[in-house]
Design a protein around this ligand. Structure first.
Ligand code: HPA
Ligand code: MG
Length: 224
């Protein structure tokens, strides 16, 4: 088990509730947000630390396959990989990285049951046999999608699988799954920004923010 398991920044609504006026917010979103939860600068500082923890726990005998879970994970993945490239192992060498991208769709109803559809074919997944994997996810909410993804990946016999998620939502709906490396444990609110979306909007917002009712209504998917 990695040495750094279960260490994260505990985000509480009392302490992480910055007024929008203190930050640069794109004009097209300024009426749609309640507050800034985690400013971009803090996100970046925390990712640098995650990169170091991950590299510290890596032996680096063979390339580490870093798998980005699309779409929400892309910004975290890009920044994490950039920091990891600058880190060295205890033996003083850089970890060779091989980059993969997985689009995961969870077909779940309200009770979060159902199947996870993965964009990689069985043939492509078979390439993971004997490899060391690091799965990079933006947010773990109920945890069910990740549990199913891991089940599927493990069927292809990778040598090891570790998971990092930038955010872990403290929700009563959690199935109990906890990733190996977590950036922030956050309150049970819907967050957007830093590539996290609400119906494909807000990915172009730098800070992790809480959406408000105006934003939810404005970008709601209208039934045909
Ligand atoms: N924001 C964006 N995407 C999500 C969230 C969230 O709070 N929870 C699960 N997917
Ligand atoms: Mg995600």
């Amino acid at each position: 088990m990695p040495a750094s398991t279960n260490s994260w920044i505990d985000v509480t609504a009392e302490k992480f509730n910055y007024s929008l006026e203190h930050f640069v917010i794109p004009k097209h979103y300024e009426n749609d947000l309640q507050s800034v939860m985690i400013p971009n600068g803090l996100v970046m500082d925390r990712i640098e630390k995650l990169a170091r923890m991950i590299v510290d726990d890596t032996r680096g005998q063979q390339p580490l396959v870093v798998c980005c879970v699309l779409k929400g994970g892309h910004q975290f993945f890009a920044d994490l990989v950039n920091f990891m490239k600058k880190c060295v192992t205890k033996q003083g060498s850089n970890v060779p990285l091989s980059l993969e991208f997985i689009k995961v769709k969870s077909y779940e109803n309200d009770q979060s049951t159902g199947n996870v559809k993965i964009s990689l074919t069985d043939e492509e997944l078979a390439e993971f046999k004997g490899r060391d994997l690091l799965i990079v996810e933006d947010i773990i909410d109920t945890g069910r999608t990740m549990v199913r993804l891991l089940d599927r990946l493990k069927a292809f016999e990778p040598a090891s699988v570790r998971v990092t998620s930038l955010l872990l939502k403290k929700t009563p709906l959690s199935c109990g799954y906890i990733p190996d490396y977590v950036g922030f444990a956050i309150p049970d609110a819907f967050v957007v920004g830093y590539a996290l979306d609400y119906n494909e909007h807000f990915r172009d917002l730098d800070h992790i923010c809480v959406i408000n009712d105006t934003g939810k209504a404005k970008y709601a998917v209208k039934e045909a």
